[in-house]
Design a protein around this ligand. Sequence first.
Ligand code: FES
Length: 83
Amino acid sequence: MNEIVVDGRALPFVAGQTVAAALVAAGRVAWRTTRVGRRSRGVFCGIGVCFDCLVAVDGSGRQRACLVLARPGMTVTTGDVHE
Ligand code: FES
């Protein structure tokens, strides 16, 4: 089974899915908050334009989850990924 690790927990994905698609398929609609106003954010545009879907991937922050293809063993950190 294909799995990524999100915040320390295994999350299955289908080959060809982005990280955002895997998160949404698992029922996550928001995974970070804005700096100003602490508003919830997840996928908005889905095409890499809005930056609402930011996550850290394998320790590298500010990755757009809607553009990153999930790979087995990839580690994803959600939450406040501003830098
Ligand atoms: S949802 Fe807009 S950049 Fe990812």
